[in-house]
Design a protein around this ligand. Structure first.
Ligand SMILES: Nc1nc2c(c(=O)[nH]1)N[C@H]1C(S)=C(S)[C@@H](COP(=O)(O)OP(=O)(O)OC[C@H]3O[C@@H](n4cnc5c(=O)[nH]c(N)nc54)[C@H](O)[C@@H]3O)O[C@H]1N2
Ligand SMILES: Nc1nc2c(c(=O)[nH]1)N[C@H]1C(S)=C(S)[C@@H](COP(=O)(O)OP(=O)(O)OC[C@H]3O[C@@H](n4cnc5c(=O)[nH]c(N)nc54)[C@H](O)[C@@H]3O)O[C@H]1N2
Ligand SMILES: [Mo]
Length: 764
């Protein structure tokens, strides 16, 4: 394979490049001073939780961990630019729709509540009270509460999310489409089945004790940069880091820590991955099963040689269910099938298994490269199976670690954002607030889109996020939103979802995480969030609000709730005025939040107990439960390979974006500058296409539902990625993600398994 890949030309991840990029972003945000000041207080005991990713915060070392992309997230919010009424007066909504996501958000922070005026095709300022009254009146007027969809994006605090779900359930529905439906849903579903709790089982401290860390389908260098610090420390003390990723991601190869002065001055860097395997898209279940097969073979050999078993027999006997069936399923899977589906050779898989066997304590982390496929739930079950073999759960230095996306997506779920709530939780709500809670399951993201498309949904309320751009088949979703009777977006910056107004439409501007949240008496309010390690901690902004007209998310929800459901069961204003009272209700209804208000104010907050980490199994079998299904019949890569010039496409993030928020047009680690319309492709595939590097193509959707899907004019970039698999950026490629393709049991759009073909521009 050719070695002249763009990604390999530049040096290690992090380092001076990271510092340079931060400086640039701070200057561009127009807020170098408040941005820099704010940055110093991110993830500090007395500061705010970083609005970037959901990686945990260290206990020791008081200095905050430098994170390039955390700085960008903070600076982006602390911008001095304003999307104020003058901005909206100067542009019709149709004009604004022609801007890219990047150009749109560059206009800065929203300052006033705005209402859409169809006659002038513009958003005009509106008084808060008027907005609340009209929203309440439309919602009250719907003939059925299930006709409204209440979306949540994972930045909302525990307090805002709890109040939101309380309001929505009082209103009468469980329609909670949530960003996690597009994200880690499969992890929640699979882990619940396997270990009885849909969350990760490790703490940050476990990374200090692990002998091996498997990182599957995740790009922490860009998306969880602080995790690189933990991986680097692990690598430096000799732990093995085993990566499975079709793409050679630089942050996983070498990392130069901007906080390490010696490393910075010497221009040095630390090798992160001791082993880097490049499976085909969707090939991870086969790869993991292959490792289990190698573990069983090694175990047989050990026993034949009169040596002790290499399996954790005590764990299997005492804690596990379904082991014999799993072993039989693995034995029934041939190496030929494993190699074919994973795209890895038996030798490579055996090498990875050897690392596992030689480690006493193993952590496995994963993210979107695992969760956004058709077979994600089965794959995560397989990861759990593999980890059970040597008891790698519920002991120090070992465990399962789905690395969450949005900074509070996990917390939002914990406090009740769930379209299929548990009976225990509903009963607790009923008892605490004295109203009849709706029991009927509600809509997730795909069901909500379905309801909007078939006309049964009439209202959409978005607590943050960019629903229209983050979801699949963006063209269809746009149409669906515009047919609604009511659209309401609670947001910090303008985005494309706001430009698809329903008949009555509002944009309601809220405070960001970095800003001081003062109640009507001028007292500062604290919010709280939960990270990927189930640590719950407080967060208080320090910046002056972007506009005096902003309200907190909590206050906005309380305002809508009061006009929609009234104050009989809940005194919304009283709760909005003191978040401690909201937390008292959380404590009364959700296990694990005892003495919430007190413990929240401890420097690092508190840990929500994870039963599986204590080897208590709340599963049907009451044990750590093996699954024993067969491998997927066919993955997207296997189907694409059958001919017709088709490829398996994944959509991932560049280094300069936060989901649909595009900070800049560079992707430094992958060597792409000033553009986002690119497709990464193996050089041999490029040659086979008869195309040169830099050639422009249209990407054509090949999903078999008769819908024409096309993303026009993308530049081909040769890259270190297996033949047949290609990659490009989300959200530009969301027009190609079919609504009809969803994960089995998770219903997650399959953003990493898209079948496409490439058409050179002349031919189109
Ligand atoms: N700076 C920044 N931070 C973020 C975000 C952001 O956009 N910007 N987004 C946040 C959110 S919401 C989330 S969910 C996380 C996302 O964090 P990630 O999951 O790291 O996000 P992606 O960029 O989608 O990267 C997926 C990785 O999986 C690999 N991959 C794709 N398909 C496969 C496969 O089939 N098998 C394997 N083994 N690997 C595969 C890709 O090559 C890529 O390296 O990050 C969070 N943090
Ligand atoms: N093709 C493809 N599609 C994907 C993915 C993929 O990998 N590929 N990833 C999926 C994943 S993992 C996720 S999580 C979703 C993300 O989906 P969303 O969470 O819906 O999208 P974001 O881009 O994070 O939302 C950005 C907007 O949130 C608003 N915002 C920012 N901060 C705040 C705040 O503090 N409060 C409020 N109220 N609003 C705020 C701003 O107005 C900003 O424009 O996208 C999914 N879609
Ligand atoms: Mo996410």
């Amino acid at each position: 394979m050719s070695t002249d890949f763009i990604g390999k030309k530049s040096s290690a991840a992090g380092g001076w490049g990271a510092l340079k990029s931060c400086g640039k972003r701070l200057l561009q945000s127009g807020a170098p001073l408040s941005g820099a000041r704010a940055m110093l207080r991110a993830n500090q005991p007395d500061g705010f939780d970083c609005p970037g990713c959901a990686w945990g915060d260290p206990e020791h070392g008081s200095s905050f961990e430098f994170c390039e992309n955390g700085v960008k997230a903070v600076a982006w919010e602390a911008t001095e630019k304003r999307a104020n009424p003058a901005f909206f007066a100067a542009h019709t909504v149709s004009e604004l729709r022609r801007l890219s996501d990047y150009e749109l958000e560059l206009n800065g922070r929203l300052t006033h509540p705005m209402r859409y005026d169809a006659a002038s095709d513009r958003y005009l300022p509106v008084a808060w009270e008027e907005a609340f009254a009209e929203i309440g009146s439309v919602l009250r007027g719907l003939d059925n509460p299930n006709r409204a969809e209440f979306y949540t994006s994972g930045r909302a605090s525990n307090e805002a999310a709890f109040l939101y779900q309380l309001f929505v359930r009082l209103y009468g529905t469980n329609n909670f489409p949530d960003c996690s439906n597009m994200c880690h849903e499969a992890s929640g579903v699979a882990l619940k089945q396997a270990v009885g709790v849909g969350k990760g089982t490790v703490l940050l401290e476990d990374f200090e004790e692990a002998d091996a860390i498997f990182v599957i389908g995740q790009n922490p260098g860009t998306n969880h940069p602080r995790m690189l610090g933990d991986l680097r420390r692990a690598a430096m003390r000799g732990a093995r880091v085993v990566v499975f990723n079709p793409v050679r991601e630089k942050g996983l190869e070498r990392f130069s820590d901007p906080q390490d002065k010696v490393e910075m001055l010497r221009g040095g860097s630390t090798e992160i991955a001791s082993h880097y395997f490049q499976p085909q898209l969707g090939g991870d279940m086969a790869a993991v099963r292959g490792m289990s097969k190698a573990v069983f073979a090694a175990d047989d050999a050990a026993i034949a040689a009169g040596l002790p078993s290499i399996l954790d027999q005590a764990f299997l006997a005492e804690h596990a269910a379904g082991f014999a069936d799993y072993r039989a399923a693995v034995e029934a899977t041939s190496w030929a099938d494993i190699e074919d589906q994973s795209g890895l050779s038996r030798a490579e898989i055996e090498q990875a298994a050897a690392v596992y066997i030689n480690a006493e304590r193993v952590i496995c982390t994963w993210a979107m490269g695992v969760t956004q496929h058709v077979h994600s739930v089965a794959t995560i079950r397989e990861i759990a199976n593999f980890m059970f073999l040597r008891g790698n759960i519920g002991k120090p230095g070992a465990g399962l670690c789905p690395v969450r996306g949005h900074s509070n997506v996990q917390g939002d779920r914990t406090v009740g954002i769930n379209e299929k709530p548990s009976e225990d939780f509903l009963a607790a709500l009923e008892k605490e607030f004295g109203f009849a809670v709706p029991r009927e399951h509600g809509h997730n993201v795909l069901a909500a889109i379905g309801a909007m498309l078939d006309g049964s949904a009439q209202a959409f309320i978005g607590l943050g996020g960019n629903f229209a751009r983050a979801t699949p088949d963006s063209a269809l979703v746009e149409k669906a939103l515009r047919h609604l009777k009511l659209t309401v977006h609670i947001a910090t910056k303008p985005n494309h979802s706001h430009l698809m107004p329903g008949e009555i439409a509002f944009i309601l501007p809220c405070l960001g995480r970095t800003e001081m949240d003062l109640n009507v008496n001028g007292q500062s309010q604290l919010i709280s969030v939960e990270d990927s390690m189930s640590m719950v901690h407080g967060s208080a902004g320090i910046n002056r609000p972007a506009s005096p007209h902003l309200l907190s998310e909590v206050a906005i929800i309380a305002g809508i709730a009061a006009t929609t459901v009234g104050n009989t069961h809940v005194d919304w204003g009283r709760l909005a005025n003191n978040y401690d009272r909201i937390r008292d209700h959380i404590e009364a209804t959700i296990p694990g939040f005892e003495r919430y208000n007190e413990r929240l104010r401890k420097p690092r907050g508190f840990h929500l107990r994870n039963s599986a980490a204590h080897r208590e199994w709340n599963t049907t079998a009451g044990k750590a439960t093996f699954s024993s299904g067969s491998l997927p019949e066919e993955t997207v890569h296997q189907r694409a390979r059958k001919g017709g010039g088709r490829f398996a496409l994944q959509t991932f993030r560049s280094h300069d974006q936060y989901n649909t928020t595009v900070y800049g047009l560079d992707d430094r680690y992958r060597g792409v500058y000033g553009e986002r319309q690119v497709i990464f492709i193996n050089p041999d595939d490029l040659a086979a296409l008869g195309a040169g590097s830099g050639e422009r193509v249209d990407v054509i959707g090949e999903y078999n539902d008769g819908v024409e899907r096309k993303a026009a004019d993308f530049r081909l970039v040769p890259y270190d990625i297996p033949r047949g698999s290609i990659a490009g950026y989300y959200p530009e490629l969301n027009v190609l993600v079919p609504l009809a393709s969803a994960g089995e049991e998770s219903d997650t759009p399959t953003s990493k398994s898209i079948m496409v073909s490439l058409r050179t521009r002349e031919a189109s």
